[in-house]
Design a protein around this ligand. Sequence first.
Ligand SMILES: [Fe+2]
Length: 295
Amino acid sequence: MEIVPLGPGFAAELRGVKLADVAADDSAYNAVRAIFEESSVIVFRGQEVTDDGQLAFSRRFGPLEITKVGSLGAGTNLVILSTIDESGKVVPADHRLALRNKANQLWHTDSTFKRVPALASVLSARVIPARGGETEYVSTRLAFQRLEPALRERLKSSFAWHDYAHSRGKIAPDLASAEERAALPPQCWRMVWRNPVNSRGALYLASHAYAIEGMEQTAAQKLLAELMDAATAPGLSYVHTWREGDVVMWDNRATMHRGRPWPAHEARLMVRTTISATEADGLESVRPPSRQAAE
Ligand SMILES: [Fe+2]
C-alpha cells in the first residue's frame, strides 16, 4: 500500500488497495484504519463501486447509520445525494433536492445533529458533472492546534448545541420539514473531540451548531463564527475533484467539509454510507456531563 499526501497537513490517497480488500482482510483493514486515524481524509481511486461493496467496506469501521426521514434512501444504510428526479431529469434550482444540495455547500460535519453522531462518512461518485461539484475539506484537528492555549483549554470544557433545522434554515425557512424537526431534536456535544488512538483533540463544529451551553447568544454566535472562519481560512483546505471510481472517506470527529457548486443543468449522483461513533471512538467523552451517567 502506498500513501500519497494530498492536503495541507492532512488527507492522503491510498494506492494499491481495494475496498473489497478492506472488507475481506483484517490486516488490510487495520492498515487503512491506522491511516484514517492519522490522516482524517482518505482517498481511493479507480474502485469498482457497488452499493454492496461500499456497505461491506463501511461496516468494517463500525455500525452504519440508518438514513433519516426526508432523505433519499431513508430507512436504508445508504444516503443518495442527487439532483435527478424520478423521471431521470435534473431538478430546477428551487426544488427541494437542489436546496438541500445548497445546504450541503455550507461547512459542516455530518450527523452532529443526531442522537448518535458519526465517526466517518464514505462517499462514492456515481455520476459526476464535467466540472465543479468538488468536495472541500479542512482539518479541525489542525484548526484546534492553531488556537491560543487558553482558548483551547476553555473549549475542552465547552458544549455546543447542534440542530439540523438551524443549518437548513440558512438556505430556506422551511427546508427542514415538520417530520424532520420532530425526528431530530437539538443535540449538545463537547466542542473538542479527543481521538482516543492518538490523543489529539479536534474542534467539533458544523453549520448545524447554533448555541453554546451557558453562553449568551450573541457572544456564542460570534465565537462560533470566529472558530469556523479560522478553521476554513484560505489555504487550509484539500479540494477533492471527483473522478469516476473515486471513494473518499473522512473522519467526522476531525474535519469539516462542504460541497462545491456545479452547473445546475448537469447531473450529479453520489452515494454515502455513514458510520456511527462508538465508545471506542471517544463518543462518551463528547457527551455533556449530565448525560454521561444517564446514557
Ligand atoms: Fe456532508
